[in-house]
Design a protein around this ligand. Sequence first.
Ligand code: FES
Length: 103
Amino acid sequence: MLVCSCNFITDKDIEDTIVSLLDEDCWQLIVPAKVYHAMEKRGRCCGCFPNVVDIIIRTTEAYHAQRDSTEAEVFDFMTRLKEFHEENRRADVERRRKAHRAA
Ligand code: FES
């Protein structure tokens, strides 16, 4: 399924890149910009980023479910990952609100 129409990136491309990043360091926090940088792409309109965040969370959960990670480690990591993305989402909304007011 096409996720990013600006760069013609599919969900499979994104999932494969996330797995490669997790293979390098399974506890790193992955953000859409990191995924796109690894694919040598960049966000243009960035409208796909919320979907990319969902794919990051889903793929990271599946990755750790297949590993020897303990439930406590995975729970702690996934909680931090979701909080991190939620904070970024709130910051994006606030930035758009300020830009809208300035316009
Ligand atoms: S849809 Fe992905 S950058 Fe525009």
